[in-house]
Design a protein. Structure first.
Length: 70
């Protein structure tokens, strides 16, 4: 079994690990509302996935009175 003859220095180890960082998240545009979203996920803005509504979003009616929270 092969065994290293010398210990790997911190510098050499850290140089090798410099490329192990996580990349940026890829974002796609929602085909319905054109807001950015993660691929293969439900759109958080309009609640659609693959052209069908998965999550029902309630849109606030601007003419309705505001609910009292006491």
């Amino acid at each position: 079994m092969a065994v290293p003859k010398k210990r790997t220095s911190r510098t050499r180890r850290d140089k090798r690990r410099a490329n192990h960082k996580a990349g940026k998240a890829r974002l796609n545009l929602c085909p319905r509302c054109h807001s950015p979203r993660l691929p293969h996920r439900v759109c958080p803005t309009c609640g659609t996935y693959k052209g069908r509504e998965v999550i029902e979003h309630k849109i606030a009616d601007p003419t309705a009175p505001a609910p009292d929270t006491e």
